[in-house]
Design a protein. Structure first.
Length: 211
């Protein structure tokens, strides 16, 4: 299965065009889409995720690897649907109301997609109502809130309250993160999980979705 190793290695180098060609070749060779996804694309993103955690690669490398993964995944999407492959879970993510920073959020989104999660990106300046409404309509298991400003952190508490008011708190977990956010704050507002970096956030989301 050396083509899967080639896919993984080229993805880690961010060679999107080559990854796309190799994925197509693997499909033409009759390798199941799920195998290509798991042993090629996701295997490569896992390596990048671990290296990112250990400061062996940085944001630019993660971004180009994620772009390569997305190009390969585009070919696989219709095939995975035909094979009836389920994603590992469904998450909605956004930067909270009043906050327009999105680099951290985008990185978390990529890491989550790299773990096989389906991620609905709500963008920036997201109101508590939008998070909750999306979680209900799209059947998300996790709501992820990001904030980069101390002044917008308070909105995270509103998201928890809105989820409680909507009666979905027992089935939807709330994850928070961002520069000013801490575990203490997470405990204080009654959110479920705080993580300090994108790779840990992806691992935590997978864990929450499999519970």
């Amino acid at each position: 299965m050396s083509i899967l190793i080639e896919i993984s290695e080229n993805l880690q180098k961010g060679k999107a065009k080559i990854v796309k060609e190799l994925v197509q070749k693997a499909v033409d060779d009759g390798i199941p889409a799920e195998t290509i996804l798991n042993e090629g694309l996701l295997a490569g993103m896992n390596v990048i995720g671990e290296k990112f955690k250990n400061n062996e690669v940085y944001v630019p490398e993660v971004l180009v690897a994620a772009r390569a993964m997305n190009m390969g995944a585009q070919i696989l999407k219709p095939l995975l649907a035909a094979e009836g492959v389920q994603s590992t879970g469904k998450v909605c993510i956004g930067t909270v109301q009043g906050d327009l920073h999105d680099i951290g959020k985008n990185l978390v989104k990529m890491m989550m997609e790299g773990k096989g999660l389906e991620v609905i990106d709500l963008g920036t300046d997201v109101s508590p109502e939008t998070y909750v409404q999306t979680a209900i309509e799209q059947n998300c298991q996790v709501i992820c809130c990001s904030a980069l400003l101390t002044t917008t952190m308070g909105v995270m508490a509103d998201v928890v309250k809105a989820a409680e008011a909507a009666g979905i708190r027992d089935r939807v977990k709330i994850m928070i993160g961002g520069a000013p956010v801490t575990q203490d704050y997470c405990d204080k507002i009654g959110a479920d999980v705080y993580t300090s970096d994108a790779a840990s956030a992806a691992d935590a989301a997978v864990r929450l979705c499999s519970n």
